[in-house]
Design a protein around this ligand. Structure first.
Ligand SMILES: O=C1O[C@H](COP(=O)(O)O)[C@@H](O)[C@H](O)[C@H]1O
Length: 216
């Protein structure tokens, strides 16, 4: 069970050595736009990754773009609950969250991951697996997103950061310096900490260019 975010980071993680027919694909988050819209995470992922590997259509769980964000979030959570019920998807031993094999996250220049933005109430949602927001600081405003408990229940989480525009955020994400009490919520990427899984950060050179200035 693999979970993807935006398409940018999906450009070439494929290889002939993977048996793609065994993988199920989900999205950490989606923007409330049609699937053929330039802002659609589904569209970028489909064009840059899914169309290039032999994944079964029935294993691709995209988010409904024909209903309200509230309904889309509810439907997505329901679909995931069905897979758990059928035991196709495991659950975390620490909580009742689904345990995805791999969640690949990107990070925005403001430190957001999935559609969990700095200081946003969605960061504190604990009793839902999938939630929605209507006030994203980055357009489009309406989005559906996995909650932190689900992200942190995965077996493996990879945060993939590319580009110089992310360098300051990458430094902030690894720096211990913070002027406010709840500093982690200012940088959602710092709240990504799998309870019982592995966490790996992958940065390209431009994204890592400010790390020398980090305070630990
Ligand atoms: O809006 C979003 O942005 C972040 C960062 O994406 P990137 O394209 O700048 O790498 C991403 O994590 C999220 O999935 C996406 O919806």
């Amino acid at each position: 069970m693999m979970v993807l975010g935006s398409g940018k980071l999906c450009e070439a993680p494929y290889s002939m050595t993977v048996d793609w027919t065994r993988w199920y694909i989900f999205w950490t988050d989606e923007r409330a736009v049609a699937k053929n819209h330039a802002d659609s995470n589904y569209k970028t992922t489909k064009e840059r990754f899914l169309s290039k590997v032999p994944i079964l259509n029935s294993h691709v769980y995209s988010i409904n773009d024909n209903v309200t964000v509230e309904d889309a979030a509810g439907e997505y959570e329901f679909a995931i609950r069905q897979l758990v019920k059928l035991r196709k998807l495991g659950v975390s031993e620490s909580n009742d969250c689904p345990k995805f094999d791999l969640i690949i996250l990107s990070m925005g220049p403001d430190g957001h991951v999935a559609s969990l933005f700095p200081d946003h109430p969605a960061l504190r949602v604990k009793d839902e697996w999938v939630t929605f927001i209507t006030d994203s600081p980055e357009p489009p405003p309406e989005r559906i997103t996995f909650t932190l408990p689900v992200i942190n229940s995965a077996s493996n989480v990879a945060v993939v950061v590319t580009g110089e525009d992310k360098a300051t955020a990458a430094r902030a994400a690894v720096s211990g310096k913070c002027e406010r009490t709840d500093c982690s919520s200012l940088f959602p990427a710092r709240m990504v900490w799998p309870i019982d899984g592995t966490l790996a950060w992958f940065l390209d050179k431009p994204a890592a260019s400010d790390l020398g200035n980090a305070e630990h």
